[in-house]
Design a protein around this ligand. Structure first.
Ligand code: AMP
Length: 223
C-alpha cells in the first residue's frame, strides 16, 4: 500500500507519519528529511538543496524526483511507503505515478491534512526539534518541560533554519501556489480523503488509520 500525506508545512504530516509508520509497517519517506540528512553528510545534493530550503523555495523537480526514485527502489520500501512532503508539484505527482506503475503499484490513498493559514504560521514558527533524537515540540502548543531541552533524551532543541517567520510565510505562499493544485488533481482521481488537522493529534491519527483500513487504538496491522 502506498500513501501520500498532503498538507501545508506545519499541518502535522511528519508527526502523523511517524505514528502511521509504527502502526502500518509502511516506510515513512520524507523528502525534507532526506535533504536535511544529505546536508548533514555534506553531500553535493545537500548543499544544492540548502540553497533552496533556506529561501523557502522548492528544490527543482528533477532533483527531488531522482532522490525519491532512488529511495523507494530500496528493499525496505517494497511493501509500501508513506510519502511525506512529496509530491509537491504536478510534475512530481506524475513522475511518482509512473515510477510506481513500473512496479505494478499505485497510490492507494491520499490523506489531506487541512489546517488554516494563521494556525500553520504559529505551528511552524514555534517548532523545535531535538538534535539528538529528533523528537519535535512547539513552544506555543507543546513545549518541552525545560526550555530548549528534550524531555525524552535531554538533547538540545533547535529551530530549523527555514522555520523563522519570514521564510515560513514564503513557504506557505509556495505551498498555496505550487502544491495546492494537487488537491484538485487527487480529488479527481477519487483517492483523497480530507482530515481536519486542527483536531487532537490522537484523533487525527485514528481517522487517518481508519482511512487506510486500520482500526483506531490497538488496531492489528492489516496493511
Ligand atoms: P519540509 O521538511 O517538507 O518542510 O521541506 C523542507 C524544504 O525542503 C522545503 O521548503 C523545500 O525547500 C525542500 N523540499 C522538500 N520536499 C520537497 C519537494 N517535494 N519538492 C521540492 N522541494 C522540497
Amino acid at each position: 500500500m502506498d500513501i501520500i500525506l498532503l498538507g501545508a508545512p506545519g499541518a502535522g504530516k511528519g508527526t502523523q507519519a511517524k505514528v502511521l509508520e509504527e502502526r502500518s509497517g509502511l516506510v515513512h519517506v520524507a523528502s525534507g528529511d532526506l535533504f536535511r540528512a544529505a546536508l548533514r553528510q555534506g553531500t553535493e545534493l545537500g548543499m544544492l538543496a540548502k540553497s533552496y530550503m533556506d529561501r523557502g523555495e522548492l528544490v527543482p523537480d528533477e532533483v527531488v524526483i531522482r532522490m525519491i526514485v532512488e529511495r523507494i527502489s530500496r528493499p525496505d520500501c517494497r511493501m509500501g511507503v508513506i510519502f511525506d512532503g512529496f509530491p509537491r508539484t504536478l510534475e512530481q505527482a506524475e513522475a511518482l505515478e509512473q515510477e510506481l506503475q513500473h512496479h505494478d503499484r499505485r497510490i492507494d490513498r491520499v490523506i489531506y491534512l487541512k489546517v488554516p493559514e494563521q494556525v500553520l504560521l504559529r505551528r511552524i514558527a514555534g517548532r523545535q526539534t531535538c538534535k539528538t533524537c529528533g523528537a519535535t515540540y512547539n513552544i506555543y502548543y507543546f513545549p518541552s518541560k525545560r526550555p530548549d531541552i528534550c524531555d525524552l533524551c535531554r538533547g538540545k532543541l533547535y529551530q530549523r533554519n527555514d522555520d523563522n517567520l519570514e521564510t515560513a510565510r514564503h513557504r506557505l505562499e509556495v505551498y498555496f501556489s505550487q502544491t495546492m493544485p494537487l488537491i484538485e488533481y487527487y480529488t479527481q482521481q477519487n483517492s483523497m480523503v480530507e482530515v481536519d488537522g486542527q483536531r487532537e493529534i490522537s484523533l487525527v491519527t485514528d481517522i487517518m488509520l481508519q482511512s487506510i483500513g486500520i482500526n483506531g487504538d490497538n488496531a492489528e496491522k492489516q496493511v
